[in-house]
Design a protein around this ligand. Structure first.
Ligand code: FES
Ligand SMILES: [Fe+2]
Length: 437
């Protein structure tokens, strides 16, 4: 249970808030590359409570600048992409990707008004289908050499979706290894050959047991939280029999992402990024250690479930997430269909816009959530004192942060540590792009 002040401290991320200042010290997903791939690559973006516009100029450079024109305050998201930047539709002022004013065409020829104008701008880089922005002070940190960032483009796919509540609720669901046994329970197992690109529908490694059956039948796992250089590793153990244990290794990448196994050959790296304190996007990079990803198929599967341009899920609060009592009795735990993102969405949103943590009661099985809040408070404190918090990396340090291990498999009960390490190593050896490491 937290006090109202403690809850505000870890949930509020607007400009000038302690958690907001901390989270601005890291690269954060701002848009999908897909969103800027059309004929007019300009899109309004709201990020950490700031209204911005992201665009790609004629040279293919990405820019993220303040949305309001510094002349008279109109909306640059309606601007014209021309002349080496984005031009305001009101009086033609032109801004480049760095927010530099290039032209004020209604001003006298000898005016130097332009030289004194600077629009707010943030650096943007593209990584594995996501445009990451840095909203913090000084030099941005280096990206860790995690699989999702170093895998070749043909082995990754990125997508996003809007969630109608505070970001922390979703992050805390993502590092909760127990809810899968309940919230995502399927009463029947699917043919794994039909499971491509779906979570918890494949068989677990080194067994023919579907993940869905393991989750359904073994509901009281033991959870180990192991601190790492990037946050922590979660090892979740479900004892299947005297001889064998199901081991699931997942990770918290500080500050607002987690990395989990999705199927035998794919992992998901997922961020929860505030639009503001009351809404956020999940962004995910799917990384394959097997064959190259079928991007068209993955995109097609997911686009059928979302409404563009804002990536709002078809099943949402306004239609009771498709809740069907008959289905809840016979098919799924929630009665909300087979898409686990819908289950998570319901769990997160139904806690309220910003969960009131003054009335919650955490149990033993919530230990990862407690560990995360502690880490977050520590980092907020360090950043507040001007120290470098965890994961604000220089190049040399970033190059040493690789992996991480993400395993779902069944191994010997008396050597589950050795088992997951060997499984991870063999997954890496099998992947053509890892060079065996
Ligand atoms: S308001 Fe943008 S150019 Fe005048
Ligand atoms: Fe979930």
């Amino acid at each position: 249970m937290l006090s109202a002040e403690q809850n505000d401290l870890i949930t509020r991320t607007g400009p000038g808030t302690p958690a907001g200042d901390l989270m601005r010290r890291y690269w954060q997903p701002a848009a999908l590359v897909d969103e800027l791939s059309g004929n007019r690559p300009v899109k309004p973006v709201r990020l950490f409570g700031e209204d911005l516009v992201i665009f790609k100029d004629e040279q293919g450079r990405y820019g993220l600048i303040g949305r309001r024109c510094p002349h008279r305050g109109t909306d640059l998201a309606y601007g014209r992409l021309e002349g080496g930047g984005l031009r305001c539709a009101f009086h033609g002022w032109l801004f480049d990707v760095h927010g530099k004013c290039l032209e004020t065409p209604a001003e006298p020829d000898d005016s130097n008004l332009c030289a004194n104008i600077r629009q707010k701008s943030y650096p943007v880089v593209e990584k594995s289908g996501i445009l990451f922005a840095y909203l913090g002070p000084g030099e941005p940190p280096a990206f860790p050499h995690f699989d999702c960032f170093v895998a070749p483009a043909s082995y990754t796919f990125a997508f996003k979706g809007m969630i109608d509540c505070n970001w922390l609720q979703s992050l805390e669901v993502g590092i909760d290894p127990v809810h899968t046994s309940f919230l995502h329970r399927f009463f029947h197992d699917e043919d794994p050959s039909q499971a491509y690109g779906k979570l918890f529908r494949d068989t677990s490694r080194d067994s023919d047991m579907p993940m869905s059956r393991i989750m359904r039948e073994f509901t009281r796992p033991r959870i180990e939280v192991e601190p790492t250089e990037f946050g922590f590793r979660l090892v979740t153990l479900r004892q299947i029999s005297e001889a064998s244990t199901h081991v699931r290794v997942t990770n918290l990448m500080f500050p607002n992402a987690f990395i989990i196994p999705m199927s035998r050959e794919m992992t998901i790296t997922q961020w929860h990024v505030p639009i503001d304190d009351e809404k956020h996007y999940w962004y995910a990079i799917f990384t394959s250690f097997g064959t190259p990803v079928d991007k068209d198929e993955m995109r097609r599967q997911r686009l059928a479930l979302y409404q563009l341009p804002d990536y709002i899920p078809n099943k949402n609060k306004s239609n009771d997430y498709g809740f069907d009592p008959h289905e809840q009795e016979h098919e799924t735990y929630t009665g909300m269909g087979a898409d686990i993102n819908v289950h998570d969405q319901w769990a997160c949103e139904s806690m309220g816009t910003i969960q009131d943590r003054t009335s919650e009661h955490l149990g033993t099985s919530d230990k990862a959530i407690s560990a995360y809040r502690k880490l977050l408070r520590q980092a907020i404190e360090q950043a507040g004192k001007g120290e470098k918090p965890i994961m604000v990396l220089d190049g040399a340090r970033a190059a040493r942060i690789t992996g991480p291990a993400a395993v779902d498999g069944i191994g010997p009960a008396d050597d589950w540590q050795g088992y997951w390490q060997k499984s991870e190593a063999s997954k890496r050896r099998a992947a053509s792009w890892t060079n065996g490491h």
